[in-house]
Ligand binder design. Structure first.
Ligand SMILES: N[C@H](CCC[C@H](N)C(=O)O)C(=O)O
Length: 258
């Protein structure tokens, strides 16, 4: 079968994007998904996304990590899927869509996509790190000299050592100013550092606010692949109206025999 695919990237987190409204894609074929994401033997991506019809909303997003397994929420992938839905003419500038963690509101303004994340109140504070789930599980830890920090080795160690087989994504954070932080992420399922992780950046911003490393409710994040913004409000112990905003772009379109 000849499969038409699109390649998208959001701050350097890249995805194979497939219009699966026809439901033709073999969804249980883990090996196929992994081989499409392989950077040497396939198209190459951090993950693969299927856009499908949804009964309750504008569309449904199905996300797989590069290892071929269905993952939890992907924030950058969500932003790219919104851009893809607009490209396909499914939505205009505002949307509500379904993902693995439920419905999301979102808007798109040229290439800038804002994705609302689920409200969050469960933040586990540990002496050296914070753990929270922004649709995907995230460990957030502050480090010094982030650019020379060994994200791969340290991330891999914590991902298995602290969180076992099911694992967690591991974020390292350094403060740049009162309302700006640098974030580097080791992603489970990719088992490497990616250039940006949307749910990770969101987790980092909320963790910084929760620990009073910033008092701003609009936090700027510098990921390795570009800049993102996380906006939110705090209502008692609950973070609400959480929006992740940044660019999402189509890179190319292609066909591959599967
Ligand atoms: N890159 C994604 C995170 C994917 C989550 C995945 N690594 C997992 O925990 O299953 C993001 O932008 O949020």
């Amino acid at each position: 079968m000849l499969l038409t695919f699109y390649k998208y990237q959001g701050t350097g987190n890249d995805f194979v994007m497939i219009d699966n409204r026809s439901l033709n894609f073999p969804k249980k074929d883990t090996k196929l998904v992994a081989s499409l994401c392989d950077r040497r033997f396939g198209i190459g991506a951090d993950g693969l996304i299927l856009l499908e019809n949804d009964e309750m909303s504008d569309f449904n997003m199905v996300y797989y990590n590069a290892d071929g397994n269905e993952g939890s929420l992907c924030g950058n992938g969500g932003r790219c899927t919104i851009a893809f839905a607009k490209y396909l003419g499914i939505i205009e500038n505002e949307t509500t869509f379904n993902a693995v963690d439920g419905l999301h509101n979102a808007s798109i303004d040229n290439e800038l996509v804002s994705l609302q994340m689920q409200d969050l109140s469960d933040i586990k504070m540990k002496p050296n790190y914070v753990f929270l789930n922004t649709g995907s599980p995230h460990h957030v830890q502050m480090v010094k000299n982030i650019q020379s920090f060994d994200v791969f080795s340290e991330g891999k160690k914590l991902r298995y050592g602290l969180y076992g087989q099911s694992g967690s994504n591991i974020n390292f954070v350094e403060s740049i100013s009162d309302d700006e932080f640098a974030v580097r992420t080791y992603e489970r399922g990719v088992e490497d550092e990616t250039l940006s992780c949307g749910t990770g950046v969101t987790a980092a911003a909320l963790a910084m606010h929760h620990q009073q490393k910033t008092t701003s409710s609009e936090v700027k994040i510098k990921a390795q692949g570009g800049n993102l913004k996380v906006k939110f409000s705090k209502d008692g112990d609950t973070y609400r109206n959480i929006y992740l905003t940044g660019p999402a772009k189509q890179v190319f379109k292609g066909e591959i025999t599967i």
